[in-house]
Design a protein around this ligand. Structure first.
Ligand SMILES: *Cc1c(COP(=O)(O)O)cnc(C)c1O
Length: 429
């Protein structure tokens, strides 16, 4: 049975948005083009639920692409933001909150003895790279295919014709000079990693330790250990982009989960508790190279913004051991329920999960890297997503993104999601 959404008001706003905003949106994936529909304009969020401008409600599994681990409009976070705002929204001078959040992050991430805040994950990754280059006196970067570290020029790159060649720009407007120092290696390919580190002197080996921007593709056994080993052996810094995985897969991110400790870490998303904030950090020795302690320049008008710090700190303080046990149970229930529902409908999927993240790959084969992720049935994924939306579940509107369950998702909502997933599989089977 096919169901459809009320969308009169969304359609009207979209038509107006197209006049003033490229593609009608302020960030591409919101446009929902890859699942073959128009964007849905949102009016409000509460807990795990979203309400759109036409009055449709959804159980939300995007949660702003990761920041909202406590769900929408968490009362304690809203109170903290409100209280901070009443005292002034920004000063351009330091505050107590910045010290407290730095202490809180360092407690959870022992490798982060010091950190510097920025306003976005893109800036955090960009600045960590600058520091790695300054510290090593080298310029080249190793990046993995399918990893995303924000929209900085040097990383909007795709592999050239071989490992020996420089990456080429993956977007018009990126100068080839910007990607010439980037080398791209397939994820989970030890041989390619070893060869690349033998051929090039890297400033940084840059990785999402739990890549979640090609769908979730965890590291194969021993692969992160190999990154650490190759970085140390060749004098490169290991930089973990934990913008998604930080505070999500474990309190201390993927580095706590796996025991593989990077030299520098980028954080974002949950770190800002739903407001724009991110950070990068590492050892005192490295971080004291940053101005004004050292001479590596990096700055930001709204860095350490008091509202964002209040939201981030309030969020982090709620993330205790019990929270991760609950998040893990919620994720497991969703992953196994959806896997079973697909099996009953005869739709071949590979459901991959870790605490707080999962992806339903429309693939008959296990997804282990970007090439295998790209072989998914994107048409069928799109049909399934449209069927989910029509029934009140809001999935990531791209096969190459992950689901973000939160602490606000209740067992009843999980059960309802699995029933809706089953109905959607039945519709497309
Ligand atoms: C979202 C994301 C970024 C970029 O963060 P923005 O705040 O969107 O600039 C960087 N790295 C990873 C792994 C991300 O998921």
């Amino acid at each position: 049975m096919s169901v459809s959404l009320r969308d009169t008001r969304s359609a009207e706003l979209y038509a107006r948005a197209l006049q003033y905003l490229p593609g009608g949106v302020n960030s591409p994936v919101r446009a929902m083009r890859s699942i073959g529909r128009d964007p849905i304009f949102i009016e409000r969020g509460e807990g795990a639920e979203l309400t759109d401008v036409d009055g449709n409600t959804y159980i939300d599994y995007v949660c702003s692409w990761g920041p909202l681990i406590l769900g929408h409009a968490d009362p304690e976070v809203i109170a903290a933001i409100t209280e901070a705002a009443a005292a002034g929204t920004t000063y351009g001078a330091p505050t107590a909150g910045e010290v407290e959040i730095a202490e809180e992050v360092s407690r959870r991430f022992p490798s982060i003895e010091m950190l510097r805040m920025t306003s976005s994950g893109t800036e955090a990754a960009m600045s960590a790279i600058r520091l790695a280059r300054a510290a090593t006196g080298r310029e080249k970067l190793l990046k993995f295919a399918g990893a995303y570290h924000g929209h900085l020029d040097g990383l909007l790159a795709e592999a050239g014709s071989g490992l020996a060649t420089a990456a080429i720009p993956s977007s018009p407007g990126v100068p080839s000079a910007a990607t010439a120092a980037t080398v791209i290696v397939p994820w989970n390919d030890p041989q390619a990693l070893i060869e690349a580190t033998e051929q090039h002197e890297f400033a940084a080996i840059l990785a999402e330790p739990y890549p979640a921007n090609m769908g979730l593709v965890p590291p194969a056994d021993g692969f992160l250990e190999l990154l650490r080993e190759r970085a140390t052996a060749t004098g490169a810094l290991l930089v973990f982009d934990e913008v998604i995985s930080g505070f999500r897969v474990a309190s201390g991110g993927a580095q706590e989960l796996t025991g593989v400790i990077p030299d520098l870490t980028a954080l974002g998303k949950i770190f800002g508790g739903g407001l724009p904030a991110a950070a990068y950090g590492g050892s005192r020795q490295l971080m004291e190279m940053i101005a004004p302690a050292g001479d590596v320049y990096q700055a930001g008008t709204l860095s350490g913004n008091p509202l964002a710090v209040a939201a981030g700190l309030t969020t982090l303080r709620r993330l205790d051991d019990a929270a991760y046990i609950r998040l893990q149970a919620t994720t497991e229930a969703l992953a196994s329920g959806i896997r079973e529902a697909a099996g009953e409908a005869g739709v071949p999927v590979d459901v991959v999960h870790t605490t707080g993240l999962f992806t339903v790959f429309f693939s008959e084969h296990p997804v282990v890297d970007y090439a295998s992720a790209q072989r998914c049935d994107l048409e069928l994924y799109g049909s399934w997503c449209r069927a989910l939306l029509a029934r009140g579940v809001y999935p990531p509107p791209s096969q190459f993104e992950t689901w973000f369950p939160s602490l606000a998702h209740t067992p009843a909502q999980v059960e309802q999601t699995i029933e809706i997933a089953a109905a959607a599989f039945a519709e497309i089977a």
